[in-house]
Design a protein around this ligand. Structure first.
Ligand SMILES: CC(C)(COP(=O)(O)OP(=O)(O)OC[C@H]1O[C@@H](n2cnc3c(N)ncnc32)[C@H](O)[C@@H]1OP(=O)(O)O)[C@@H](O)C(=O)NCCC(=O)NCCS
Length: 187
C-alpha cells in the first residue's frame, strides 16, 4: 500500500537509498508531475549505467518513492543533475534529506565544489540551495528553451572542508523525523 503524505511529525521516517531500476516507475510518476519536459525511462537508465561518475538516490517512505536526486561527478566537482519531490510530500524535509545525501556522497567521492542550474523563477528551490551554501554565480540565457527561461547557475565552494560538513550536520539537526541512509551511498 502506498504511504500517505503526513503532516510533519516525529514519526516521519525516510529512507534514502541508491536509485535502482525498480524505483523508476515511482520516479517517472513524480518526474511527469513536476517537470514540463520530463526525463524518459531511457535517460534515467543511461544515467544509472554511468556508475563511476553518477550518484543517484531516492527517498522512500515505506515502500513509496517520494523523491529523488542525482549528482554528476566531473573533475573534482559535483553537478546536481536533478532533484524532485512528489508534490504531495513537499515541505516535509524530503528535498533536504536528498540534498544532504548527495552532497555527502559527492564529498566522499572527492568533490570540493558543488554546482547546479535552477530556473530563475524557482524561488523555492533557490532558497533550499542557499541553505546548502550555494550562491549565484551567473546566468545561462534560455537554458530552459521549452519555456524560454534563463537558468541561474549556483555554486557551493570548499565542500571538502570541515566547515561544510558542519553546515550539513546543522541542517540535518533541524529536520523533523528520522532518516536512514544506505551505507553504500556514502562510500
Ligand atoms: C525544490 C524541491 C525539490 C524541494 O523539496 P521539498 O521536499 O519540498 O523541500 P524541503 O521540505 O526539504 O524544503 C527545504 C527548504 O526549501 C525551501 N522551500 C521548499 N519549498 C518551498 C516553497 N514552496 N516556498 C518557499 N520555500 C520553499 C524552504 O527554505 C524549505 O525549508 P523550510 O521548509 O524549513 O522553510 C521541490 O519543491 C520540488 O520537487 N520542486 C519541483 C522540482 C524542482 O523545482 N526541482 C529543482 C530543480 S533545480
Amino acid at each position: 500500500m502506498a504511504a500517505e503524505p503526513q503532516h510533519l511529525t516525529d514519526e516521519l521516517h525516510v529512507e534514502v537509498v541508491t536509485m535502482r531500476r525498480r524505483h523508476l516507475r515511482g520516479v517517472l510518476k513524480i518526474e511527469a508531475q513536476v517537470y514540463p519536459r520530463p526525463w524518459s525511462l531511457g535517460l534515467f537508465l543511461s544515467e544509472l549505467a554511468l556508475r563511476t561518475t553518477r550518484i543517484y538516490a531516492v527517498a522512500k517512505v515505506g515502500p513509496t518513492v517520494v523523491g529523488y536526486a542525482g549528482l554528476m561527478l566531473a573533475a573534482g566537482d559535483g553537478h546536481v543533475t536533478t532533484i524532485a519531490v512528489d508534490p504531495a510530500w513537499h515541505r516535509q524535509g524530503i528535498g533536504t534529506r536528498l540534498m544532504l545525501a548527495i552532497s555527502r556522497a559527492g564529498v566522499v567521492r572527492g568533490c570540493s565544489g558543488l554546482t547546479l542550474e535552477v530556473r530563475v523563477s524557482n524561488a523555492a528551490a533557490q532558497s533550499m540551495y542557499r541553505r546548502f551554501g550555494y550562491a549565484p554565480a551567473g546566468i545561462r540565457k534560455n537554458y530552459y528553451s521549452e519555456s524560454n527561461e534563463d537558468a541561474l547557475v549556483m555554486w557551493a565552494h570548499d565542500t571538502d572542508l570541515p566547515a561544510y560538513a558542519e553546515r550539513l550536520d546543522a541542517i540535518e539537526h533541524e529536520l523533523v523525523g528520522t532518516t536512514s541512509v544506505e551505507e553504500g551511498l556514502l562510500s
